[in-house]
Ligand binder design. Structure first.
Ligand SMILES: *Cc1c(COP(=O)(O)O)cnc(C)c1O
Length: 405
């Protein structure tokens, strides 16, 4: 028997910025040219170099660095011509920046249900596709749906796919990087994502016209020839007079911090997934707790983990959360009626009216979520799993006794 073990780490503490990234940031501050277009002579600038390196890492023709992931999403919508009043399909299980980006261009989010695998419900998508031209597909918490089936459906329905890869930077589906299936891939480099510049975002595409518009939108003041991962100047001729400037550029300081992190991205991704596997293994076989089986072709990044407590009464779920918290394990519950912290449900975005989705509500009510920052060791992960296992077991046993005396 183990005593009452406690975990003392922080679920919101990321790793420090690597020393070479700090040195690169200090160099930018020393020369003072923080604005991306403030370059001397034929100097490229950190932001342009980051774009060039990100495009190379993702295998895309073009890349643009911007102020946030949410800004990248809104820019993608504008760049493909979404207009006020247009319906844009998106996941019911996602986070606020996604419907927020849709609403920010005056478009109307249409929420599509979630399956028990925590991916978009393709049947529901097919049922709701009529009347929409764009799908903003959120790979929420790193769960990637069957991208072969999704892209076939999108093609058949004439849907343009914009991928929200805030949780899948570096992940793959059947060998193809997340963000490379749809027309545009959008990423966040906010502190809790896979690279950390405090705030920041990236957008990739192979489409020259879309990238030219995105560059203009981001606020390039006709300085687009200084980009290293944008289409040639002649492509801009067609869009430069009718694309508004909605300033949201990245600066050289953030780009300087990100470039060394990009070089380490795949090692970081592997480290996350190693932690995920330890927690996952530790949670298998707990009565009443469903571990999400990940498809073999999904090469995911385990920067967070979700499990389901399906059909548990709200009070029992809250009891599990409270008991784990007492032992230092901070779980989030997507089923809570009121949004707390980052969790929120599609029906809490009241600016975007939705119809009830009973099957989706049933799943959302059971989703338990936990971040796995790289400051956790593998031993920490094993300890966290033991604590959750014990507390879910204890509450579940009491529940079982009440249901079947
Ligand atoms: C973080 C996040 C974004 C982008 O967020 P920003 O804070 O604007 O960088 C988009 N989608 C999801 C699902 C996210 O978690």
């Amino acid at each position: 028997m183990r005593g009452m073990e406690r975990f003392t780490g922080s679920f919101t503490q990321q790793e420090p910025i690597p020393e070479d990234a700090i040195a690169a940031a200090v160099a930018v501050m020393r020369h003072g040219r923080l604005h991306r277009y403030n370059t001397l002579g034929d100097e490229a600038g950190e932001t342009a170099l980051l774009e060039q390196e990100f495009a190379a890492a993702m295998g895309s023709r073009h890349a643009l660095a911007v102020a946030s992931g949410g800004y990248a999403l809104a820019t993608a919508l504008r760049a493909v011509g979404v207009k006020p009043g247009d319906r844009v399909l998106t996941n019911a299980f996602t986070l606020a920046p996604v419907p927020g980006a849709i609403a920010s261009v005056g478009a109307v989010p249409v929420f599509v249900g979630v399956t028990e695998a925590l991916v978009i419900d393709l049947d529901d998508l097919a049922a709701k596709a009529a009347g929409a031209k764009v799908l903003m597909l959120s790979h929420m918490r790193g769960h990637i749906c069957d991208m072969d089936a999704l892209m076939a459906l999108a093609k058949a329905q004439g849907l343009t796919v914009i991928e929200d890869c805030a949780h899948t930077m570096g992940a793959r589906w059947r060998g193809t990087l997340s963000g490379r299936h749809g027309l545009i891939g959008c990423y966040s480099t906010q502190t809790y994502k896979h690279m950390n510049s405090g705030e920041g975002g990236l957008l990739i595409t192979d489409d020259a016209d879309v990238m030219a518009r995105a560059v203009m939108l981001s606020g390039s003041y006709m300085l687009y020839p200084r980009h290293l991962a944008a289409p040639p100047p002649e492509v801009f001729e067609a869009v430069k007079y009718d694309t508004p400037n909605v300033s949201g550029r990245m600066d050289n300081l953030r780009a300087a911090i990100l470039r060394p992190q990009l070089a380490r991205l795949s090692d970081q991704c592997a480290a996350w997934t190693a932690r995920y596997r330890v927690v996952e293994d530790g949670l298998r076989g707990v009565p009443g707790l469903t571990v999400i089986d990940r498809p073999e072709v999904e090469d995911f990044v385990g920067s967070s983990i979700q499990v389901l407590l399906l059909d548990w009464p709200d009070e029992a779920v809250k009891d599990v959360l409270a008991r784990c918290l007492k032992r230092g394990v901070e779980l989030k519950w997507f089923g809570g009626a009121e949004p707390t912290g980052f969790t929120s449900r599609y029906d809490s975005w009241r600016y975007a009216p939705s119809e009830r989705m009973p099957a989706t509500d049933h799943i959302l009510r059971g989703i338990i979520d936990m971040r796995l920052p790289l400051t956790f060791s593998l031993d920490d992960c094993a300890l966290i799993a033991r604590i959750i296992r014990a507390e879910v077991g204890a509450v579940g046993q009491a529940l079982g006794a009440r249901v079947n005396p």
